[in-house]
Design a protein around this ligand. Structure first.
Ligand code: ADP
Ligand code: ZN
Ligand code: MG
Length: 475
């Protein structure tokens, strides 16, 4: 019997506000433990939370970008449970009236667009962090993270493979970064994913019993954990066993999952509306205001790059994956760079230089117009594509423009027929054996001769011209 997986993701995204969701403490990462706390986020008696307007606006912005309905009326609820990292003994979250309902994210699956529907998006506060370190016989609690604003984005069980799950995560991250509401840093935990997964015989309508997976802090781990879990569940069913509804933790060292708690131990959170916070009423005016701040979104941009610049889907996808990268590309095109050439240089040489240097596109020492003018030099035949590669590195290192580097280093391409012919003659006279072999039919030696001429001219001979002249002389 064949099985298929059914997957739904619950993603927590930290909103990139300067302050927490219900107090004015800083949200900076990595500060001295408990240095960013106050009576509100410490949960001391007698204090009142006040909603951070920016956090609300960011959630609405996300809902608009993800095609959700924004609830005209929503409300916060208390999710009650006891844990040392939760000083109030309840988390302020949303329950029966979330800020956004419905919506979808589109991903590419086998060259086709697949729509993954969303259930809801709600706002909530983060909890603190328990630290178990060294040999001390107790745990420490850091409450800096308590009250940091989170959005929980819940998908419908529309995902069918581990690959689709990571594509969904990637697209979601791209959109959140585009609209500037979350930095998407999975290692620092600004973007966290819980995956719900079940399997069922192909063709069966009903869902199987689901398992919740936690602790995956990269796209790769999301994929790995799901792959392992899907295999595990299928083999249990094949042996006639039953899947237990439980929460399992992913172990990245072993690449496996192990049980954390079963559904029997699951909490009853006794949700009820938080009486300390007023209901949120959102009118058309605010929606329009926020809608006006939305940038062009990645899917639309990708399609435009294909349509307007004649890029392939692959190139357009790559260049639209980061907003800053897409803007760098468009600036280079605006400065006169031929789009396909700009795309190639950015995706190849520039990406590699940045990667080796540990820099992001925002920190790129080359300016878009500098790429454009270098490409123009190639198009005009002033420099060869090969020389351009080393010039490009020089621009990166020195910040100088291509034409200046060409002048300083004497890199102008040789397009003078007689000059190239002279060098070809010299090389033919010192390699008479190879000339003989070529004339006997070993035509692949053409590249040997081309290489010799390039060496003699330090790569400056015009390749097309060189090729034509060589063929004529040798033939
Ligand atoms: P719970 O009550 O355990 O929180 P929900 O119905 O709220 O479960 O769903 C939580 C997440 O699990 C959602 O992302 C949803 O799409 C997904 N999900 C629900 N049922 C299944 C299932 N049988 N298999 C896989 N995922 C599921
Ligand atoms: Zn505080
Ligand atoms: Mg639920």
């Amino acid at each position: 019997m064949e099985y298929e997986a059914v997957i739904g993701l619950e993603v927590h995204a930290q909103l990139s506000t300067k302050t927490k969701i219900f107090c004015s403490c800083s949200t900076d990462f990595g500060s001295e433990p408990n240095s960013q706390t106050c009576p509100v986020c410490l949960g001391l008696p007698g204090v009142l939370p006040v909603l951070n307007k920016k956090a609300l606006n960011y959630a609405i912005k996300t809902g608009l970008a993800l095609n959700s309905r924004i609830a005209p009326l929503s409300r916060f609820a208390r999710k009650n449970y006891f844990y040392p990292d939760l000083p109030k003994n309840y988390q302020i979250s949303q329950y029966e009236l979330p800020i956004c309902e419905g919506g979808y994210i589109e991903i590419m699956v086998d060259n086709e667009i697949k729509r993954i529907n969303l259930t809801r998006i709600h706002l909530e506060e983060d909890a603190g962090k328990n630290i178990h370190e060294g040999k001390i016989p107790y745990s420490l609690v850091d409450l800096n993270r308590t009250g940091v604003p989170l959005m929980e984005i819940v998908s419908e069980p529309d995902i069918r493979t581990s690959k689709e799950a990571s594509e969904y995560m990637k697209k979601l991250r791209t959109i959140l970064r585009y609209i500037d509401v979350c930095d998407g840093n999975m290692e620092q935990g600004s973007l966290r994913c819980d995956a719900n997964v079940s399997v069922r015989p192909l063709g069966q309508k009903e869902f199987g019993v689901k398992v919740e997976l936690k602790n995956m802090n990269s796209f790769k781990y999301v994929e790995k954990a799901l792959e392992y879990e899907i295999k595990r569940q299928i083999s249990i069913l094949k042996e006639g066993g039953r899947i237990l509804q439980e929460t399992r933790l992913f172990d990245s060292d072993l690449g496996t999952t192990h049980s954390m708690r079963s559904k029997e131990q699951a909490h009853d959170y006794r949700y009820f509306p938080d009486p300390d916070l007023v209901p949120i009423i959102i009118d058309e005016g605010l929606l329009n205001e926020i809608r006006a701040t939305l940038p062009e979104l990645p899917d639309i941009k990708r399609q435009r790059f294909v349509r307007d610049f004649g890029l392939t889907d692959y190139d357009a996808e790559f260049l639209s994956s980061e907003r800053a990268l897409s803007e760098w590309f468009e600036e280079a095109v605006k400065a006169g760079g031929q789009p396909k050439a700009c795309a190639n240089w950015i995706m190849g040489d520039l990406t590699k230089l940045l990667k080796d240097d540990g820099k992001s596109i925002d920190e790129c020492p080359i300016k878009p117009h500098q790429l454009a003018s270098m490409i123009t030099l190639i198009d005009k035949g002033v420099i060869s594509g090969k020389i351009a590669k080393s010039i490009f590195q020089d621009i990166y290192k020195t910040g100088k423009d291509a034409d200046l580097i060409v002048k300083e280093k004497g890199l102008v391409q040789i397009t003078d027929t007689s000059e190239i012919e002279k060098i070809i003659n010299e090389i033919m006279s010192t390699h008479t054996k190879e000339v003989e072999r070529y004339r006997q039919g070993e035509t692949k030696l053409l590249s040997f001769f081309a290489g010799q001429v390039m060496k003699a001219t330090k790569g400056k001979a015009n390749p097309q011209l060189l090729n034509d002249l060589l063929k004529a002389k040798l033939g």
